[in-house]
Design a protein around this ligand. Structure first.
Ligand code: GLU
Length: 407
């Protein structure tokens, strides 16, 4: 299994071969400031006790409080969380929001837990981490398999322990519990804004075909937004597998189907395919929106998309990046493409601290302005440095981090 943190360091190496940074800065930015591991005992519904392993990695806070989601997944481990925390530090610098980078996780398959067990586990994570969290210290949020409801439990637990009254320590909360308008759709919406800013530079036509790996909080919203704007979403998938329909999927009908049947499979007019097959479908725009390391040295030569928008974190390995670059397939990197989520999280944090509530129009207008500006800045860096968008985004982020760290 590829180690995501090693991949992240390989990306760093590739970017800094294009533009060098001071050696002392490189040493500091290559390691997290702090790694915390906790044991979380949970009394299960059958009376037995299970002990889960929880993590928080605080990579860098030179630009603001550590910021980043918490992932619940059976494959999550410290190396994955370290990679994700590093990418968060770069992502917040790319979006130029006043946040540092961190990430959390628990090794667990949450689908196997009852709601009571899930709540106990979530509260246990917040309790175990309470010393290092806080609106000015470390501000977690949702990630894979963590929901607004889980954020409410964690925030409630943290507020009880710490006496915090701002409610700004966790973002991605539900609207009725201090959440922001637009946060649910923000990663997908942000991806759309980034795509819009860059589309013409790469000759992608309106109404092109789209394949989306993942139909969760990120992929589901992306499917809706691209489809509502006239693009033809021909295939999507969940962890069990995918479906394809060459003349385009009706996304609203597909959402109902999945809610009712618990699977995408069998959707009228479509045929089933595996996640591996889905990635290799001929299409204009491929949007990986699930987990890391899905496009690798092995399948990169067979990718038929004309353009890749990374809404997942780390879906393309550095070897695959090299292959796609040589094949002339532009990749909009995760740290730019999916930065809409953490940007609206930062709006939520800001609203909580100021006791304000912004309208959805205001949230989206601010998001659009930021992502438009930063997408163009990174595109221009890629042209000036004669490199791809990932290396350009790393360089822009590293310049901002280096400045904040006094280099
Ligand atoms: N988990 C999301 C990400 O990877 C959002 C993090 C946040 O909102 O803080 O960017």
């Amino acid at each position: 299994m590829t180690n995501p943190f090693e991949n992240a360091l390989m990306q760093l190496k590739r970017a800094t071969a294009v533009q060098a940074f001071p050696e002392a800065f490189m040493k500091q930015i290559s390691v997290p400031n702090r790694e915390v591991r906790i044991s979380i005992p949970v009394v299960m519904d059958d009376g037995s006790t299970q002990v889960y392993e929880g993590y928080r990695v605080e990579h860098n806070n030179a630009r603001g409080p550590y910021k980043g989601g918490i992932r619940f997944h059976h494959d999550t481990d410290i190396n994955e969380v370290k990679a994700l925390a590093f990418w968060m530090a770069l992502k917040c610098a790319v979006a130029n929001i006043p946040m540092g980078g961190g990430k959390g996780g628990i090794t667990v398959d949450p689908k196997k837990l009852s709601k009571t067990e899930l709540e106990k586990l979530s509260r246990g994570w917040a309790r175990g981490m309470s010393d290092i969290l806080g609106p000015k210290k470390d501000v977690p949020a949702p990630d894979v398999n963590t929901t607004p409801e889980i954020m409410t439990w964690m925030n409630d637990e943290y507020m009880k322990i710490s006496g915090d009254t701002t409610g700004a320590t966790f973002t991605g909360k539900p609207l009725n519990a201090g959440g922001s308008e637009g946060r649910g759709a923000a990663t997908g919406m942000g991806g759309w804004y980034v795509f819009q800013a860059l589309r013409e530079k790469y000759n992608i036509q309106p109404g092109s075909t789209v394949v989306i790996q993942g139909f969760g909080n990120v992929g589901g919203h992306a499917a809706n937004i691209f489809s509502a704007n006239g693009y033809k979403v021909i295939a999507t998938s969940d962890s069990k597998g995918g479906i394809v329909k060459e003349d385009g999927l009706d996304i609203a009908a597909l959402e109902n189907w999945k809610k009712e049947k618990g699977t995408l499979s069998g959707f009228p007019g479509s045929r089933d395919l595996t996640n591996a097959e889905l990635l290799e479908l001929p299409c204009d725009i491929l949007i990986p929106s699930a987990l890391e390391n899905v496009i690798t040295f092995d399948n990169a030569p067979r990718i038929k998309a004309k353009f890749v928008l990374e809404l997942a974190n780390g879906p393309i390995t550095p070897e695959a990046d090299e292959i796609l670059y040589d094949r002339g397939i532009p990749v909009v990197p995760d740290i730019l493409a999916n930065s809409g989520g953490v940007t609206v999280s930062t709006f939520e944090w800001d609203q909580n601290l100021k006791n304000e509530h912004w309208s959805e129009e205001m949230v989206n207008a601010k998001l659009l302005e930021i992502l438009n500006r930063e997408s163009i800045a990174i595109y221009e860096k890629s042209v000036a440095a004669k490199t791809d968008l990932r290396r350009a985004a790393f360089i822009v982020a590293l310049e901002r981090l280096a400045k904040a760290m006094g280099y």
